[in-house]
Design a protein around this ligand. Structure first.
Ligand SMILES: Cc1cc2nc3c(=O)[nH]c(=O)nc-3n(C[C@H](O)[C@H](O)[C@H](O)COP(=O)(O)OP(=O)(O)OC[C@H]3O[C@@H](n4cnc5c(N)ncnc54)[C@H](O)[C@@H]3O)c2cc1C
Length: 429
């Protein structure tokens, strides 16, 4: 569905204050915007969700066109699965939740590590995260300050930081990291997390191919400008990534420089995937391997996820930026070099690249997920704060303790919608 002027302006279904096209415009149909739209619909408040891309879901995106197996380009793990709202939504919609524990702590067959190395590394990693966990009340600083000086595991701990935060420890606020809430339960959706988010959005009044350029909140009604026309609303929920807000897209009139500054403290780092098909899957064990134990620039590889003849390779931080610059061939070459280093040169001819991502280069994401820069953990609250009780902010970067995740995005979207419903309620009384 392409956006048209009529679709963008739409006629609001549900409670609509006088003088506006719809009660609430939601900008962005990612996990946060969809959750907001759903909550507005449940409250009987009219809304229109304007989405820049030709599809919904944002950084939740499952590809089903690359073979028999659905492949998640963005989110894939139901982090904190036991309390994650998407778990119940998955089951209510007939999706299959795979509750097998992840193999992250394992190095299949111990390949590439020195004897006892895997246990040593896991102990060092756990001790590092314990130090992070104790840090909420102390002065903020870069997470590198919690590294054990001289530990041979620091490069790999930094690699894990890049998987968790999409950036390196020297650019991560310890306080932000300490605030992250993790139950330690990680599940997956067999049919794809992106497919689940898109299913939740089915039937909502979403206009795709409709990038919002300007949000004019200077008058009595808010004017939301798009190439397909202007929509007026009593309240707006902005659910786009912090990277875009930092850049000034959409533009706010009057300007909201405090929002831009806060968003700049919450940059989206880099994290990308490469999916490989393997034609003789028996050549590999099932499970997980790091490419190398001794460098931060290393991939993390899921071998035969769900028992499928695939390798899901994940690269993050500076390495992902570099690979994006080199394009799909660079991803493949890096993975082949690391995997043949572990499993032997013969493996190379059995691997075929299916797809790579480039989230930093994606104009409607400009990165993978947010991490607060050292000293900037409280920017999440500044970004999340409503303006005049009618301009609300949602999205993973606005979450105090579930940032960087699809369930964090969901919760911020619901919360913003509940606040918008109260505002609309006051106006329609
Ligand atoms: C490689 C990768 C792996 C990940 N793995 C996990 C994981 O395993 N588990 C997990 O929980 N999370 C994971 N995440 C993070 C998760 O995907 C995101 O945190 C979450 O999807 C963000 O949702 P959101 O609604 O905040 O933002 P988005 O999904 O980015 O949604 C924002 C929407 O706004 C749209 N938009 C942007 N500009 C405009 C505009 N001007 N006008 C209109 N629309 C606009 C965008 O197109 C987008 O659809 C991963 C992300 C990546 C990239």
């Amino acid at each position: 569905m392409g956006g048209t002027k009529d679709e963008a302006r739409g006629a609001g279904q549900g409670a609509t204050p006088d003088g506006v096209d719809v009660a609430v415009v939601v900008v962005g149909a990612g996990a946060a915007g969809i959750a907001a739209g759903k909550a507005l619909g449940e409250a009987g408040v009219s809304c229109r969700i304007l989405e820049a891309r030709p599809r919904i879901g944002g950084r939740a995106h499952t590809r089903t066109d690359l073979g028999p197996d659905p492949l998640d380009m963005g989110c894939a793990w139901l982090h904190s699965g036991d309390v994650n709202p998407w778990t119940a939504i998955a089951e209510a919609n007939g999706f299959t939740v795979d509750r097998s524990p992840p193999a992250w702590g394992e190095q299949a067959g111990g390949v590439g590590f020195p004897p006892n190395g895997v246990a040593d590394f896991n102990a060092a990693l756990e001790a590092y995260f314990d130090r992070v966990g104790d840090d909420e009340d102390t002065a903020d600083r870069p997470a590198t300050t919690l590294f054990e000086p001289g530990s041979p595991w620091n490069p790999l701990i930094d690699a894990v930081n890049t998987y968790v935060s999409a950036t390196h420890a020297d650019r991560i606020s310890v306080r932000d990291l300490a605030r992250y809430a993790d139950t330690g339960v990680n599940w997956r959706v067999r049919e794809g997390y992106g497919a689940l988010v898109a299913r939740h959005g089915a039937g909502l009044p979403i206009v795709t191919d409709c990038p919002v350029t300007t949000i004019d909140h200077g008058g009595r009604t808010i004017r939301v400008e798009t190439p397909h026309g202007t929509v007026t609303a009593a309240a707006v929920i902005v659910a786009v990534p912090s990277s875009l807000i930092a850049r000034g897209t959409p533009r706010f009139v009057p300007d909201l420089s405090a929002k831009r500054d806060a968003a700049a403290g919450l940059p989206l780092g880099a994290a990308d995937k490469l999916f490989l098909a393997i034609d003789e899957p028996e050549r590999l064990p099932r499970g997980h391997v790091f490419g190398r134990p001794d460098r931060a620039a290393t991939g993390t590889y899921h071998l035969k996820p769900f028992g499928r003849p695939l390798i899901e390779a994940f690269f993050a931080g500076d390495l992902a930026v570099e690979l994006e610059a080199g394009g799909p061939d660079a991803f493949l070459a890096y993975a082949v070099e690391e995997l043949t280093g572990l499993f032997g040169g013969d493996l190379a001819r059995h691997l075929r690249s299916l797809v790579t991502t480039a989230w930093v280069r994606d104009p409607f994401a400009l990165g993978a997920y947010s991490a607060a820069l050292p000293g900037r953990a409280d920017d999440r609250a500044i970004l999340a704060a409503p303006v005049d009780d009618r301009l609300f902010f949602a999205g993973e970067a606005t979450s105090r303790s579930d940032f960087s995740t699809a369930h964090g995005a969901y919760r911020t979207g619901r919360a913003a919608a509940e606040a918008a419903v109260r505002t609309v309620g006051r106006l329609t009384r």
